[in-house]
Design a protein around this ligand. Structure first.
Ligand code: HEM
Length: 487
């Protein structure tokens, strides 16, 4: 094939890509040098706003294959036959740092899966942790402000991090998780993923189940100690990206086995934990894991910006047979993501290749039109209103999932308390599950952070949470913090 000619953006051949056009040999530049103007102007516009959280990430394509029959629980098309494969795009991420941060840090990891199903894209936007720090979305901007860079110092501040937790006893469970061994995964391949929230599945008889998703890594869990992570973050800030990219390029395709926990909808009201409280797990002895299928990643994106930076996942992208639960955090997220995408990528982000519902026969079909960067004209005969007499797309009359019961009065309510609900019990259970070595590292990690806090009252409030979770846990953290502060 003969080599292609370099062109301007409008396709005209470029004569010189090394020397700008000037008035005479040493003269000033000419405004008529279209190629130079375009190059400089495009360069200035290469960046878009980074994600306000989960800014650093890595992505890959692959597939999901159903291995077990779950048709008693959901009529989701992509889950309806053993052996059925659906293409996926997955983006992993760290949460708190900006794009310029490092991968090997103590932070939750994002685990966002886009299933390109024939009935629409299904986005499962989870983390590598089964729980979260808060249970009401109204606290999310404050929480994130406290964990990201301080507006004055421009860096993460232990004072802010721990001050927020001092005022958020419900975070104790997730803080225990984060400060433990799994707080720094060795790579994206060596961690589990969780939907974290409770979602709803509906079967073909209209029966509803509440469901929690667990992706278990088939590579085995591998984590870094604080010291190992500090060294790696310094040597290769992109360590997770390097690992994922190279593994897939080598043909070593990472995979995860998907399990679910299923709760018949009628059991939710009387369960000992509020099943819609994101700071709580459902112990497996109450709701055992049921295997569903296998997620495999086998193809790197060709262009990180186009396919990873521009990827848009929204927990509101459901498909028939799957829907939301009343979890308030999830409900807040149903708004937040697509709103972020409209700001970060524009209203037509769903037309970008990585986000388009490519497995839906004929693609998306609706009456939304126009807006910045609209590329889908839909042809001269497609009407932009509905109902119409021109055979345009029509509604099905079939809701995607079962309705959720509601009761009571409107108002700002604290989360409902079930019999075993408090902010500390499950944190204590997690602590008591750990081996002595795991406990030792957990205490050292917490003390390493908490001892840097400048105010005694903030330290005291945090210590009270660990005491409430488990007396021994609290005592050991207190002693370790005191020892470090006396140093
Ligand atoms: C009310 C609570 C939350 C709010 C308001 C919120 C909001 C956001 C926003 C605005 C983004 C950036 C989206 C973008 O620009 O593309 C984001 C990213 C993300 N969030 Fe949340 N979030 C919340 C809680 C959670 C929870 C509980 C999880 C996990 C269970 C989670 C997982 C993620 C992931 C994985 C991403 C990155 C998605 C990607 O790779 O593009 N978030 N979140």
């Amino acid at each position: 094939m003969s080599q292609r000619v370099l062109t301007t953006e409008s396709g005209a051949p470029v004569a010189d890509n090394q020397n700008s056009a000037t008035a005479g040999v040493g003269g000033p530049l000419l405004l008529q040098d279209q190629h130079l103007l375009e190059k400089l102007a495009r360069f200035n516009r290469e960046r878009i706003p980074e994600r306000v959280v989960h800014a650093r990430g890595s992505g890959a394509y692959g597939h999901f294959e159903v291995t077990d029959d779950v048709t008693d629980y959901t009529h989701a098309d992509f889950l309806n036959t053993v052996g059925k494969r659906t293409e996926v795009f997955v983006r992993f991420s760290t949460v708190a740092d900006n794009l310029g941060g490092a991968d090997a840090v103590r932070d939750p990891r994002g685990f966002a899966v886009k299933f390109y199903t024939q009935e629409g894209n299904y986005d499962l936007v989870g983390n590598n942790t089964p729980v979260f720090f808060i249970k009401d979305p109204i606290k999310f901007p404050d929480f994130i402000h406290s964990q990201k860079r301080d507006p004055f110092t421009g860096k993460q501040e232990p004072d802010n991090v721990w001050d927020f937790w001092a005022h958020s006893p419900e975070a104790t469970h997730q803080v225990t998780w984060l400060m433990g061994d799994r707080g720094i995964p060795a790579s994206y391949r060596h961690m589990n993923g969780y939907g974290s929230h409770t979602y709803q599945w509906t079967n073909s008889r209209g029966e509803a189940y509440f469901v929690k998703y667990h992706f278990k890594t088939n590579q085995g869990i591998r984590c870094l100690s604080t010291e190992q992570a500090q060294e790696i973050a310094g040597k290769d800030p992109n360590s997770h990206q390097t690992d994922l990219l190279q593994a897939i390029e080598r043909g070593v395709h990472p995979s995860w086995t998907l399990y679910v926990q299923l709760m018949p909808a009628a059991e939710a009201a009387d369960y000992r934990f509020n099943p819609f409280d994101l700071t709580k797990v459902w112990p497996h002895k109450d709701y055992p894991l049921k295997r569903v299928g296998r997620l495999v990643l086998d193809r790197n994106p060709d262009n990180v910006f186009a396919e990873v930076e521009q990827a848009a996942f929204s927990p509101n992208n459901f498909v028939p047979g799957i829907g939301p639960s009343p979890d308030k955090m999830l409900q807040g997220r149903l708004f937040a993501y697509a709103d972020a995408h409209r700001y970060r990528l524009g209203v037509n982000h769903t037309q970008l290749a990585v986000n388009a519902p490519k497995a839906v026969p004929g693609g998306a079909a609706n009456y939304g039109r126009d807006g910045l960067m609209a590329s889908n004209s839909q042809g001269r005969y497609a009407k932009n209103y509905e109902p119409n007499s021109y055979d345009g797309p029509v509604e099905t009359g079939r809701p995607l999932s079962a309705p959720l019961p509601v009761s009571g009065h409107t108002g700002t309510h604290a989360a409902p308390q079930h019999t075993k609900d408090d902010d500390f019990f499950q944190a204590g259970e997690l602590y008591r599950l750990m081996t002595e070595e795991e406990k030792r590292r957990l205490i050292a990690n917490i003390a390493g952070g908490l001892s840097q806090v400048s105010r005694d009252d903030v330290i005291e409030k945090n210590l009270a949470h660990f005491h409430a979770a488990d007396t021994e846990y609290g005592k050991r953290v207190e002693e370790a913090v005191r020892a470090l502060r006396e140093d």
